[in-house]
Design a protein around this ligand. Sequence first.
Ligand SMILES: *Cc1c(COP(=O)(O)O)cnc(C)c1O
Length: 397
Amino acid sequence: MDLSKKAKQISPSQTLAITAKAKELKSKGLDVVSFGAGEPDFDTPDHIKEAAIKAINEGFTKYTPASGINELKQAVCNKLKVENGLDYNIDQVLISNGAKHSLFNTFLAILEEGDEVIIPVPYWVSYPEIVKIAGGVPIYTYLVEDDNFKLNVDDLQSKITDKTKAIILNFPNNPTGNIITKEELTAIAEIALENNLYIISDEIYEKIIYDGNKHLSIATLGEEIKDHTILINGVSKTYSMTGWRIGYAVGNSNIIKAMSSIQSHTTSNPNSIAQKAALAALTGNQNQVDLMVKEFARRRDHMVKKINNMQGIKCNKPLGAFYVFADISQLFGTSIDNQEITNSIEFCKALIEKGEVAVIPGAAFGADNYIRISYATSLENIIKGLDKIEIFINNLK
Ligand SMILES: *Cc1c(COP(=O)(O)O)cnc(C)c1O
């Protein structure tokens, strides 16, 4: 069976093998602790669920405009105005089936075959694949932990060619938990404007930020850079709504119009009921977001302290999102039951089989010296799982 060139260059998700293994071992009765989660463990708040139930009961169950309902677009504009100080009108908003879909629409709308997109490494797993599906070529700029995973402006500059079309930014970052300062954003904005590049700014973890830090969008740095930015956000992470599938993109109205046309022929409108739920999320009480973030911070503190007290593994304190990105490279070359560990995938395989803990290998994010440990699980699980990791590491020879 012949597959398209496009299909052939898409890698399977490296996280799926671990998730499948965790399920298999659990079903055999093993007490596996999973730190794989890429979503909040909290329930969707009640007032949001109620808005969805109301929508169903009122018969709001038909097609909506393909780009989303105006009420929700207006709520997005209001949110951006009040919380981010950004002025957009509803012609500059596209509601999609999750932020991932917003990213797809974006790259399908802006990339010519062979156009290059600069992606900082470590990256969120789907960026390179989305760029490739849209005909683009991912170009990587490597960030190092010694430099706090900060974007290196000189390296970024050196990656720009006459084919470069866009730079992806993701702050707070999945997987590193890093955030970005105004000075750094200013330097990136200058490069983008000098070279006429788009900035694709994935701000899905905007609200999950700690220690009094505030999220800053690159689009706030001036009208010109705002016009070059496609800002991506959604309700999945902030409101524990991953399954509802609502995300949005805002930007230059011509691009948004093109993206809307693409969406109108692929998925049509995002789920009508979920749009009403997202409207309730954006316009309703925000208390539960604050409570969730406080709880995440408590878990993070526990996790970071415990990990840095262990041998052979270390991590920075993440300032946002809900992952610890821990360096395990000191453990490469060790073995367990004659099974050698030489990379993050082998480490994760051994950890789940011999240690009963599931984590995501850094290789999935382009950073093989690391593992991603999610703290979107109860403190009780965190304590238990970290004890298991410690025992596993102590058993390595
Ligand atoms: C979870 C996640 C998304 C996707 O969010 P959806 O709205 O659920 O599609 C996008 N970007 C990053 C970095 C994420 O972690």
